[in-house]
Design a protein around this ligand. Structure first.
Ligand code: EPZ
Length: 417
């Protein structure tokens, strides 16, 4: 599967952001904790969501799509090992650890594979589960977790890991007493998970701050119609696309404060935009200026938007330094952008980018999800044609990306290779 883009393009009009992938995945995992039927609304049709539904089906929790909502029925749920194949297809499958341990007292999953952006261990997840009373055995390739009962504990995360915070929140919902998670991740997706769980009857407070408290309850009942938050990374991607190639673009269904760090950086670079409720109007740019960026856990600049901002900086005036502090190998887009005429070089945990006048189309390969989206933005502003291979990576996190950009006037087509 490939995308062909004829550039350069000027984008004009309105683009609507879909529901958040990184909110839906933990919430679908959390539905395993709930008796009865759960309905989640505003769900994007993404490969990663389909894989998570596959994991639920594997555990005999029936999931059915109706338009943009998913109904999960856990009446027939039974404990099953989450197979290596499912784990390999999506790392976020490890989010079933907490819910299955809480509900059944036992769970076996295969070690989640690393991926292109880093080794991505789950040692912080396991350390927290042990503190809650689980016995964890790691065999080659497998993780076995057992706990006759889980007891509330004080957990302090060495790093504000999003996944570890989510897994431990879910593991603690039935634990006796109170669990406190210190140095918790503060991402908006954690707040959405707390809101979902509390609607199901959990007693959680503090999500969005560095300390989350969970008081154990007896059971949860599936909420009928939890609408997930808009995808702040997809929304940020469109704001950067508009800043790069927009005449005037309105990005709709976005929560501006969730992309605050991005907006601050774009303002520093001289980009003009107006916040209009749940929309952001991005105006045609003069010549954007180079800025330095350092990715950090929320509310710092998000690592997921780092590749997209690198594209923006390849044609900004001046030299920028972008430092990636969250993942150890997230500059795979640099090589592909160089082939499109960018002056970008990796130096350890940073890239140095010197602005050039224009990129030029090339035949490139999407190395991972966000780097793939970055190549789409580069293709939009490049002269001549760009062909992007391995579009499957992009489909993991963006619903109908080419249709959305066609709607803004871009010459972009999907070609089955
Ligand atoms: C979530 O991944 C997101 N995925 C990622 O989005 C996002 O990049 C990341 O958070 C950071 O914001 C989902 O929500 C499904 P972490 P997660 O645990 O939970 C290290 C995308 O593009 N770490 O906060 O895996 C880890 O190796 C994806 O949508 C440990 O060392 O992120 C990484 O270097 C990519 N031990 C750093 O922490 C652990 O036990 C951040 O990981 C856990 C994490």
């Amino acid at each position: 599967m490939r995308l062909v883009i004829k550039g350069p393009n000027r984008l004009q009009g309105r683009v609507e952001v879909s529901g958040s992938k990184n909110a839906v995945l933990p919430i679908l995992a959390a539905s395993l904790l709930c008796d009865g039927t759960t309905v989640v609304e505003g769900v994007p049709r993404l490969k990663d969501v389909a894989v998570m539904c596959g994991v639920l089906q594997h555990l005999s929790a029936k999931s059915t799509w109706k338009k943009d909502s998913i109904q999960v029925d856990t009446a027939q749920i039974r404990l099953e090992e989450v197979s290596e194949d499912l784990m390999r297809r999506m790392r976020a499958s490890c989010l079933v650890l907490g819910p299955l341990l809480a509900r059944f007292g036992r769970v076996r999953i295969s070690q989640p594979g690393g991926c292109n952006i880093g080794s991505r261990p789950i040692d912080l997840h396991l350390k927290g589960l042990r503190l809650l009373g689980a016995e964890i055995k790691e065999r080659s390739g497998y993780i076995m977790a057992e706990a006759r009962k889980l007891t509330g504990a004080e957990i302090h995360l060495d790093f504000p890991s999003v996944g570890a915070t989510e897994n431990l929140m879910m593991a603690a919902v039935f634990a006796s007493g109170t669990t406190v998670i210190g140095n918790a991740a503060k991402e908006p997706e954690i707040v959405d998970l707390q809101n979902f769980l509390n609607r199901a009857g959990a007693k959680i407070r503090g999500a969005g701050t560095q300390t989350i408290r969970i008081d154990g309850v007896k059971s949860l009942h599936g909420p009928m119609g939890h609408r997930v938050i808009p995808d702040r990374i997809e929304g940020g991607t469109h704001v950067v696309a508009a800043a790069l190639a927009g005449e005037e673009v309105i990005v709709e269904n976005i929560i501006p404060e969730h992309v605050g760090p991005l907006l601050a950086k774009l303002r520093e670079a001289g980009v003009a935009f107006a916040i209009e409720g749940d929309a952001i109007r991005v105006l045609r740019q003069a010549e954007p200026k180079a800025v330095d960026i350092r990715t950090m856990p929320y509310p710092g600049f998000p690592t997921d938007l780092q590749p997209l901002m690198c594209v923006f900086l390849t044609v900004a005036k001046g030299t920028s330094v972008v430092t990636e502090t969250v993942f150890e190998n997230r500059f795979k887009h640099a090589g592909e952008l160089s082939r499109m005429g960018a002056d970008i070089r990796v130096e350890g945990r940073s890239v140095i980018i010197r602005g050039v006048r224009q990129l030029s189309g090339a035949h490139v390969v999407a190395p991972d999800l966000r780097a793939g989206a970055a190549l789409v933005l580069a293709g939009l502003i490049s002269e001549n044609s760009t062909v992007i291979e391995n579009v499957e990576h992009i489909d993991r996190g963006y619903e109908d990306l080419e249709r959305k950009y066609q709607g803004l006037g871009a010459l972009i087509e999907r070609v089955v290779s």
